[in-house]
Write a protein that binds this ligand. Structure first.
Ligand code: SF4
Length: 573
């Protein structure tokens, strides 16, 4: 479709005197289906709106937010593809120097708490400003009162702190399109699914059937009752995130109310295909690239997303909170068409660097009960073991990978997204064949697995399966490599200092890695308490909101670092 304009000159070249919608982005704008801002912008553009992007505006320059003028309809604000505090700081609190989403790679363009800073800058530049709609991961994960690790406080919903008009959470195509239509027609947008907003206290009437969360005053009290209220709010929130069954939620915040509408239904397969069938430029506009190279393009440009969502629900992970628990898979035709499109790109040298999603081997199957009646409230799809209702089947992915590698001009097709060994083990019909296919054709030197830990009690706090399927996968993968004469390795990702994990647990993990995996792990991260995950609720309260069990929490940086070092040190203990 061409780039969305990012400068006044580019808007003029399109014959526009102004834009209908301006999207403010904390990441540099790259026109790729991997970028949320690009997906929302191109979806709106396809629907006929004039959309421009203010890419990484300089918040120290009051004129930066006037650069493209004022939009006719509304502002969309997204800090980028991750929360700005996660993007800017490591789990040990150090400022990150490198930023793969900034031209030149220096982390100097995205402010901390970018959603709030950008919204304030818009309001300072335009009085009164057009409506502001927050979106992206930062908005999603901070949509109700939440624990903020970086200030060690419970913060208000971000739509309140940013003084924005509304917030779109989750994958926002439906909600943002409906919001644009309502604003254009002068209609009320407050019932749109997937939207949150603040309502005044006076005459506030909760929507029909809405559930009340404990108030901000209750959940932020630094007492044991406050932490119980926080856990209760989290539990009600979590139980109301399925688009089929969720109820509207509301939460008193000072003298107003947050209203959290039920989630938007996920896109269906053909709708997801339509998003990917857009003629993506797979690059940044020249006016941005002249500021420097954008490293992320090297990894995303020729990668393919096969599906959205995750039914894994690992407690530390925000993907299910943002993308949802239902897997929506694209059709093979659309994916093959996307790869054929790469052949026309001057930079394509024949390598598809990833065919995957949040977890590569969730493509092509889900629980049919979930789509009709909603996800189960009383059990999880993969924990403690794979639910029998989930008809695990790797055949669609095997066939897809085979079709992709047979496209003339395609030399390599890699699976760089993580793989779940428990799903492979649960697939009696095709699991072994899947390992063979991957080992023979689709590994670029290393294959990623994310066991995260191996101690049963810690895995329970993480919502992860035991080690049996991991070891089985390792044996079969190594045997396949021998058969095919390949020298390729498994890379294991681990987390240190997850709630429930002690130094003794890390010693046990170290012993396991040395004896069973025969390696000295390098991919070890200290747990980052991202807002609104179950693990972060545990980190703040010391109680697992799922099981109700108390959890040991390593809080000091010294202990967290010791936990990490126990695993990465080269001595076996
Ligand atoms: S029946 Fe099983 S697979 Fe389906 S939603 Fe419930 S737990 Fe998940």
């Amino acid at each position: 479709m061409g780039f969305l304009p990012v400068t006044k000159e580019e808007m003029s070249a399109l014959g526009w005197s102004g834009a209908d919608i301006i999207l403010v982005s904390g990441d540099a704008y790259v026109d790729s289906p991997y970028s949320g801002v690009a997906v929302i912008g191109q979806t709106l553009a396809k629907a006929g709106y004039r959309v421009a992007v203010l890419s990484q505006p300089d918040v120290g320059d009051p004129d930066a937010f006037r650069e493209l003028g004022e939009p006719q309809l509304f502002w969309g604000v997204s800090p980028g593809c991750v929360d700005s505090m996660v993007a800017n700081y490591t789990a040990s609190g150090k400022r990150r120097r490198q930023d793969d989403f900034t031209p030149g790679g220096e982390n100097n363009r995205r402010p901390d708490r970018a959603a709030i800073i950008y919204s304030n800058a818009i309001r300072a530049a335009f009085k009164p400003a057009k409506p502001i709609l927050l979106g992206g991961v930062e908005a999603s994960l901070r949509r109700i009162s939440h624990y903020d690790f970086w200030s060690d406080k419970v913060r208000r919903p971000i739509v309140c702190d940013a003084k924005a008009d509304a917030l779109s959470y989750g994958m926002g195509e439906r909600a943002v399109l409906a919001f644009a239509e309502a604003i254009k027609a002068g209609r009320d947008w407050k019932t749109i699914p997937g939207i949150c907003y603040m309502a005044g206290e006076k005459n506030f009437v909760p929507p029909d059937g809405a559930l009340e969360l404990p108030s901000y005053a209750e959940v932020s009290a630094p007492t044991s009752d406050g932490k119980k209220a926080f856990t209760k709010a989290f539990q009600i929130f979590s139980a109301n995130q399925d688009p089929v069954t969720a109820k509207c939620l509301f939460q008193k915040v000072d003298n107003r109310y947050l209203v959290h509408n039920p989630p938007s239904p996920p896109l269906e397969s053909d709708e997801l295909d339509a998003v990917h069938d857009i003629k993506w430029m797979l690059d940044a506009p020249p006016s941005i690239l002249r500021l420097g190279a954008i490293r992320t393009l090297d990894t995303i440009r020729f990668g393919v997303t096969t599906h959205r969502g995750c039914y894994g629900e690992c407690r530390f992970c925000a993907i299910a909170v943002h993308q949802g628990r239902r897997i929506v898979s694209r059709s093979p035709e659309s994916i093959i068409g996307e790869v054929r499109g790469f052949l026309k790109h001057s930079r394509f040298k024949g390598t598809v660097c990833d065919v995957g999603g949040p977890t590569a081997n969730m493509y092509g199957f889900d629980c049919s009960k979930k789509a009709e009646k909603g996800a189960c409230g009383n059990k999880a799809c993969l924990f403690p073991s794979v639910c029998p209702s989930l008809k695990v089947d790797h055949l669609p992915q095997i066939k897809l990978l085979g079709s992709l590698r047979s496209i003339p001009g395609v030399k390599h097709v890699f699976v760089a997204s993580g793989i779940r060994p428990d799903l492979v083990a649960a697939d009696r019909a095709c699991g072994d064949r899947y390992i063979d296919e991957i080992a023979k054709h689709h590994v670029s030197g290393q294959l990623k697995l994310a066991p995260e830990h191996v101690v049963t009690r810690v895995l329970e706090f993480m919502g992860k399966p035991g080690v049996e399927s991991l070891l089985k996968f390792k044996r079969k993968f190594e045997a396949a490599n021998r058969r095919f004469g390949k020298k390729q390795f498994l890379t294991y990702y681990f987390i240190a200092a997850h709630p429930g994990c002690t130094e003794a647990d890390m010693r046990e993990l170290k012993r396991f890695a040395t004896r069973e995996l025969k390696l000295n792990p390098e991919q070890v991260q200290i747990f980052t308490p991202t807002p609104l995950t179950a693990a972060t609720c545990m980190y703040y309260t010391g109680v697992d909101p799922v099981s109700g069990q108390s959890a040991y929490v390593a809080r000091g940086l010294g202990e967290k670092t010791r936990q990490k070092n126990m695993l990465v040190s080269s001595f076996s203990r």
